[in-house]
Design a binder for this molecule. Structure first.
Ligand code: CA2
Length: 146
């Protein structure tokens, strides 16, 4: 059976490509999702993507992945640095978790250096631009597709 992956993007990532291209690149979220969907199909994964600016909505999307998805790729945005609720939801999820940050959070302000989600993530990618999402999918395929 084709392993299913949920791609979650948190607050403000709907603005990708529209503001701050020097930090987050010129691609829109739609561009990124198109590349991820095509790569996932090539790798033998199916993919569903969601974006929300609301912490509770992200928690509910993680709950919905329980029992239906083999893995979650998540860029929690600013909630990375604040959200115990998202960490708790991921701790209640039994599949693989890949955390992606477009920028290198360790090269930025000190408040971005800690991510609650990293305590649960099976892998963390930061500073690889939007290519980080594709790298996360490649890692999941190597773990899930035989
Ligand atoms: O580097 C990342 O991917 C971040 O998760 C992005 C978050 C930031 O709070 C984290 O520290 C690192 C911010 C996402 C905001 O995205 C925008 C994209 C374009 C224009 C404005 C915001």
């Amino acid at each position: 059976m084709t392993p299913h992956v949920i791609l979650l993007n948190g607050p403000n990532l709907n603005l990708l490509g529209l503001r701050q291209p020097e930090i987050y690149g010129a691609e829109t979220l739609a561009d990124v999702l198109a590349r991820c969907t095509a790569l996932a199909a090539d790798l033998g994964l199916s993919l569903t993507a969601y974006q929300s600016n609301h912490e509770g909505a992200l928690v509910e999307m993680i709950h919905a992945a329980r029992g239906t998805s083999a893995a979650i790729v998540i860029n929690p945005g600013a909630y990375s640095h604040t959200s115990v609720a998202i960490l708790d939801a991921l701790n209640a999820y039994d599949g693989l978790v890949m955390e992606v940050h477009i920028s290198n959070i360790h090269k930025r302000e000190t408040f971005r250096h800690h991510s609650y989600v990293s305590a649960r993530a099976d892998g963390v990618i930061a500073g690889c631009g939007t290519e980080g999402y594709l790298l996360a999918l490649r890692r999941l395929a190597s773990l899930l597709v035989s």
